[in-house]
Design a protein. Structure first.
Lengths: 98, 395
């Protein structure tokens, strides 16, 4: 079970709590987490990653185990603390604007 | 018993204002989608409780919302408002916010490039939906004008959207350039007398018309004169801010251009200036009285560099002669220290009698007049900056 923390505006869109829990088989990577998130909450498709290209939207950042993993390869394994559910994978809207 | 519903899109959410036909007492419902930019909301004329909304964010992209109960509840088309259960049953597919330019061989056009601010070529990139125009004969059909400029259509209530690529793919496309707000298709006008005739306006490309339901398009900018572009009378490149028609005279179009108020009496084939005695002919919205096809309204703004009313006075100008002769409407509007703007989609009329007219400002006020503009009152004063206003007349 992987825990994912959503930014406020995606919580309202998904009608979810701040933290959602996802069951993921296999390697726990950024791509696997986002695939599972979008499968369970299809209304989030296109909001974190672009449709089709699956490129991260420019103002979205990812944090895992206290580290900024935004620019890590999407198929790189995330820290063990994320895979075990000890800590949450965080999707964050970049600080900008008012 | 007539009722009026005003759909207000703002920088930080949507608001719905309702009143009976007297238009004296209003209730304010909202914010819906708090914190999100709501560029536009519009209801179907076939089923007024079917309302489409464009919810956007520079962070999280484009969302389409739909209400089937007059704005009480909303969901993304196809989701049924559900999450996990819907996903397990195969719905939704998350397609309602999928706007992909059609570059397929069968129906599309090559993606190509358009002109950037510095004159170089720039690839077409989808940013957001500026305007939603429900079809006149089917509540499940709706057009969407998007940035970078293109026209999309849904025929399934907003679940899926498909580009009408003939417009973006017009041979003049590489000469289109963004205005200050981006290269947006912001106005869609459907001809009530001819199902195949559609008008669109793009900043800063100009006005276009299709006579075959959106497959092919022609620029209709003859008579426009824009001194800020290299060729002031070019076929495309004009920063048209808004166009409007009266349903009973669809061959007559009114235009608020960047500078200049214009009219056409031949379906856009030619235009002439009708700015007349306006204190400034720069502005954004233009509207036509519901029952008087030659009565039109604009809100003059000082200049392209100074987006606020002349002399700090918020004045709507009305012409009862289809332009040229204008009168200032000031009763109930602030006449000192007022420096708000009224954006292109932020003025609308109802079809009650007498005609009601409404506009929203960047200062968050929504003003209403129940007598064609003679007297104004604010419905609300302190909303977030208003991006769009639409009026529905309910029976």
């Amino acid at each position: 079970m992987v825990r994912v923390v959503l930014p406020f505006h995606l919580q309202t869109l998904a009608r979810s709590e701040r933290e959602v829990r996802l069951d993921i088989d296999g390697k726990i990577t950024q791509r696997a987490v986002l695939d599972a998130l979008e499968a369970r909450y299809p209304m989030l498709r296109g909001t974190v990653r672009e449709h089709l290209s699956l490129k991260r939207r420019p103002r979205v950042r990812f944090f895992a185990d206290g580290e900024d993993v935004t620019f890590e390869p999407p198929d790189a394994e995330l820290p063990a603390s994320i895979a075990s559910g000890e800590r949450a994978f965080m999707i964050v809207g970049a600080v900008a604007g008012g | 018993m007539t009722a009026i519903r005003i759909l207000v899109g703002t920088r930080k959410g949507a608001f719905i204002l309702t009143s009976d036909g007297q238009r004296k007492k209003w209730s304010v419902d909202g914010p819906h989608f708090g914190g999100w930019e709501i560029y536009h909301m519009k209801g179907s004329s076939v089923d007024p409780d079917r309302i489409y909304a464009s919810q956007t964010s520079s962070w999280f992209g484009q969302i389409i919302q739909r209400s089937d109960d007059g704005g009480k509840t909303w969901s993304q088309p196809g989701s049924g408002g559900k999450t996990e259960a819907a996903a397990e049953s195969g719905m939704p597919q998350g397609e309602s916010n999928l706007f992909v330019y059609d570059s397929s061989e069968e129906t599309g056009k090559p993606l190509g490039t358009h002109q950037w601010y510095d004159g170089t070529q720039h690839p077409w990139e989808f940013a957001r939906v500026w305007h939603l125009e429900p079809a006149l004969d089917d509540p499940d059909s709706c057009y969407a004008g998007v940035e970078d400029a293109a026209l999309f259509r849904t025929t399934d209530g907003g679940v899926t959207w498909h580009e009408l690529a003939g417009l973006r793919g017009h041979e003049s496309g590489p000469n289109w350039a963004p205005g200050a707000g981006g290269m947006c298709l912001h106005t869609i006008v459907l001809d009530p007398a001819d199902k195949n005739r559609i008008f669109c306006a793009i900043s800063a490309a100009g006005t276009f018309r299709s006579d075959d339901g959106g497959d092919t398009w022609k620029p209709i900018n003859q008579g426009l004169h824009s001194e800020h572009i290299p060729d002031p009378t070019a076929e495309v490149g004009h920063c048209v801010h808004r166009i409007a028609i009266h349903p009973s005279k669809p061959n007559t179009l009114f235009m608020q251009k960047h500078w200049d108020v214009m009219r056409s009496d031949d379906g856009g084939d030619s235009w002439r200036e009708v700015s007349g005695n306006l204190p400034s002919d720069f502005g954004f919205p233009i509207a036509v009285h519901a029952h008087e096809p030659e009565t039109i309204y604009v809100v003059p703004i000082l200049s392209d560099s100074l987006h606020y009313p002349p002399d700090g006075k918020l004045r709507v100008y009305r012409s009862r002669t289809g332009g040229e002769d204008w009168e200032a409407l000031t009763n109930g509007l602030p006449q000192e220290h007022c420096y708000v703007n009224v954006l292109r989609d932020a003025m609308a009329v109802d079809t009650a009698d007498p005609c009601g007219i409404y506009f929203g400002t960047t200062g968050g006020q929504v003003y209403a007049s129940g007598d064609g503009g003679d007297h104004w009152e604010p419905i609300v004063r302190d909303l977030p900056a208003v991006l769009s206003v639409e009026a529905q007349t309910l029976s």
